[in-house]
Design a binder for this molecule. Structure first.
Ligand SMILES: Cc1cc2nc3c(=O)[nH]c(=O)nc-3n(C[C@H](O)[C@H](O)[C@H](O)COP(=O)(O)OP(=O)(O)OC[C@H]3O[C@@H](n4cnc5c(N)ncnc54)[C@H](O)[C@@H]3O)c2cc1C
Length: 339
C-alpha cells in the first residue's frame, strides 16, 4: 500500500479487467436520472433504464453525443443554431495508398478527404441541403465523378465567384507576375476510384450546453458542444474535456486524501463547476473561431475570396505562424488566451 501503481499497469491490466467485469446495458435508454438518498445508495446518482433496471454511480459522465439523453434528463438547456449546410460523409477508395489529409474550401462549403489507412479515405463534404439530397440520390459513378471534380477542378485553389464574370478565376485580377501560382502550392489529391460505403447526410449545427455540470452529473464532448466540422476540431474539444475532467477528479481525490477524508470529493459540485468554468472558456473561444471561419467562407465575394486565399498562402510561407496553426489545430498547443 502507499505505492503508486504505474500508469502503464493501470492502463494495461486494471482498466480492461474492470471493463470486462462490468455489465453493459446496451439498447436500454436511461429514462430518469435522480440523486438518491436511500441508505443503501446514499449520495449516489441513480439512472433508471428503459428495461426497468437502475444504475447507481458517484458520477454520471454524459459522453453520449450531440443528442445527449443525459443532458436532456438533467434538464440542461442549450444555445445554438443550425447552419444552412449539410455534410455528406462516406468512405472512398483510391488506386494507391493515401497518407495525406486534404481540405478544400468551395463556394458551397468545404470538402475534406481524410486518410483512414491503406487506400481508403473518409469524405466530409459540406453543401446546401438541396445539393446534399442530390448527392445522396445520384448513382455511384456520377457521385464519384462529382467528388473528383470537387476535389480537383482547376488544379488549384481557384474558388469560383458567381459575382465575377471571368469564369470565377479570382487570380486573373492580378497581373501574371504578381499571381501566387496555385499550381506551385497545390498538390492534387489522389483520385477517388470507388465508393466503399453508404452516403450519410448530417445537418450541421453549433450547439452549446448552458451548463456542463450539476450535482453528480457532468457533460463532455458533443453532449456539451457541437461545432462545424470545417476544421476537424470536434474530437479535440472532446479530448480536452476528458483530459480536464480526469485531471480535476484526480486533484479532488488528492485533496480529499490529504485532508484525511475517506470519501472522494470528486462528485462535489465545486469540483465539477471548476471543470465547467475551465472548459467553457476554451470551448466557447474555439466555437467562436470556427463559427467565424464558417461565416467568412460562406460569403462568395470576389475581393474577399482574394483576401482569404492570400491569407492562407501567406501562412504557408511564414513558418512559425504555420507551425502554430498546425499545433493549435492538432490540439497539441492551447489557444494563446489559455496557455
Ligand atoms: C459530418 C461530421 C463530420 C465531422 N468531422 C469531424 C472531423 O473531421 N474531425 C473531428 O475532430 N470531428 C469531426 N466531427 C465531430 C466529431 O464527430 C464529434 O465531435 C465527436 O464524434 C464527438 O465525440 P463524442 O464521443 O462526444 O460523441 P459521439 O462520437 O457522438 O459518441 C457518443 C457515443 O455515445 C453513444 N450513446 C448515445 N446514447 C447512448 C445511450 N443511451 N446508451 C449508450 N450509448 C449511447 C453513441 O452510440 C456514441 O457511440 C464531425 C461531425 C460531423 C457531424
Amino acid at each position: 500500500m502507499g505505492e503508486k501503481v504505474p500508469d502503464v499497469i493501470s492502463q494495461e491490466r486494471i482498466y480492461p479487467s474492470r471493463l470486462n467485469s462490468m455489465t453493459l446495458h446496451q439498447n436500454h435508454l436511461p429514462t430518469m436520472m435522480d440523486s438518491t438518498s436511500s441508505s443503501l445508495h446514499a449520495s449516489l446518482a441513480k439512472l433508471e433504464l428503459s428495461d426497468g433496471n437502475s444504475l447507481y454511480a458517484k458520477l454520471v459522465v454524459g459522453a453520449d453525443g450531440a443528442k445527449s439523453r443525459v443532458r436532456e434528463l438533467t434538464g440542461f438547456k442549450t444555445t445554438g443554431w443550425y447552419y444552412s449546410q449539410n455534410a455528406v460523409i462516406c468512405t472512398v477508395e483510391h488506386k494507391t495508398e493515401n497518407q495525406c489529409a486534404w481540405q478544400r474550401f468551395l463556394p458551397s462549403g468545404p470538402i475534406a478527404l481524410l486518410p483512414v489507412g491503406d487506400k481508403f479515405s473518409n469524405i466530409v463534404w459540406t453543401m446546401n441541403p438541396k445539393e446534399s439530397s442530390a448527392c445522396r440520390e445520384m448513382n455511384e459513378n456520377d457521385f464519384v465523378k462529382a467528388l473528383n471534380h470537387a476535389l480537383n477542378y482547376g488544379y488549384g485553389p481557384h474558388p469560383q465567384s458567381n459575382l465575377l464574370g471571368n469564369n470565377g478565376d479570382i487570380f486573373s485580377w492580378f497581373r501574371r507576375d504578381l499571381t501566387v501560382s496555385a499550381n506551385e502550392c497545390f498538390e492534387v489529391p489522389p483520385d477517388v476510384v470507388k465508393l466503399v460505403s453508404g452516403r450519410m447526410v448530417f445537418p450541421l449545427s453549433l450547439r452549446h450546453a448552458n451548463n456542463y455540470a450539476s450535482k453528480r452529473v457532468v457533460l463532455i464532448g458533443d453532449a456539451a458542444h457541437t461545432v462545424h466540422p470545417l476544421a476537424g476540431q470536434g474530437v479535440n474539444l472532446g479530448f480536452g474535456d476528458a483530459f480536464a475532467l480526469s485531471r480535476i477528479i484526480s486533484e479532488g481525490i488528492a485533496v480529499a486524501l490529504t485532508l484525511g477524508r475517506c470519501s472522494c470529493s470528486f462528485s462535489q459540485v465545486h469540483l465539477l463547476k471548476k471543470f465547467e468554468a475551465e472548459r467553457k472558456r476554451e470551448n466557447i473561444m474555439m466555437m467562436a473561431i470556427l463559427d467565424g471561419f464558417q461565416k467568412a467562407y460562406s460569403v462568395d465575394f470576389g475581393p474577399l475570396n482574394v483576401l482569404r486565399a492570400a491569407a492562407f498562402h501567406g501562412a504557408q510561407y511564414i513558418s512559425p505562424l504555420k507551425r502554430s496553426i498546425i499545433s493549435y489545430a492538432s490540439g497539441e498547443q492551447r489557444l494563446p488566451l489559455f496557455s
